[in-house]
Design a protein around this ligand. Sequence first.
Ligand code: SF4
Length: 365
Amino acid sequence: MNKNDILTIYGSNPTKMTKALLQSIDFALLIPNKKASIALKPNLVVAVTADSGATTHPEIAIAIIEHLQALGYMNISIVESAWIGDSTKEGFRINGYNQISDRFSVPLIDVKDDEYVKKTVGKVTMEVSKTILEADFLISLPVLKGHCQTSMTCALKNMKGCISDRSKRLFHTLGLHNPIATLNAVRCADLIIVDSLNGDLDFEEGGNPVETHRMFATTDSVLCDSYGSSLMGFELRDIPYIGFAEDLGVGSADLSKANVIQLNEPSDEEPAKPSGRVSYLAKHTEPISACSACYGNLIHALKRLDEVDRLDSVSVPICIGQGYKGIDDPTKVGVGICTKGLGKSLAGCPPKAIDMIAFLKKLNP
Ligand code: SF4
């Protein structure tokens, strides 16, 4: 797997999707020493299950452990800490990690109980988990989702679960962006497998999941977040920590050099009926058999337009989905290659949210 590769896969079965991604990764090259200590870092920021859109689907961790153990890697641990005020152990418990630990003999490390090593980059001094610093290989399993302070969270911000609660407080007083970048300059993931199945629309604690039925993998945390931000409809300037991390040499944000390898076609399973904060955005859509990746990207695009008071300019419902294949209607507007027969249509299968935003803005400049 090259540094600029991004493997993507669509579907709704995290076990099968993770296995397919793992089959495309040469672990003998990535981790030559079978005795290497390998840390898995899921996102269990709050003690809720993955259907909330906040936490990593545990099936992903299980599939990785099974794959690695079958290859002879036996020194694996699961490392995480919940945000301040929530219990990591409760997050482990309700997501079935205690059973995973017993079944595969994989220890669970609560970073809140770990020893810390002080690290300083620039003007930021932080206490970083000793287990994470000593791990030979770190596999991050972030959820791609919204965040109320940094707009988005994925690989770079997932590392915040690897520091002490005291350092988390410090990060907040420093505005998050710069310290997140510096933390990744101290230690970033060696491999990132992103759970983008149903990440939350705008809050890291979940509650408004948007089904996109997608996962992707890369070895570059900066590229990972740059790609993730485009899927959610953000410009790089909207997420300053990505650029800061690039400046510190953590990786490259340049998507023009990314090699996106799509392992299958988007799933044609209908997404769940939008609820909560997602439903008001859905009123601007006219889906017929829309793939969830496509539809989820449209929901994120509409959310970004709403944030800059441009949602009202979407004056007609946006057509989307495989049901528009073969339909010629000059009066309608659609996104995705399936709507190419409509009066105005955005190509792509699925188009990214960021491209949808540019297209929708041009409808009513
Ligand atoms: S363009 Fe059509 S086939 Fe492609 S993801 Fe969108 S709905 Fe699915």
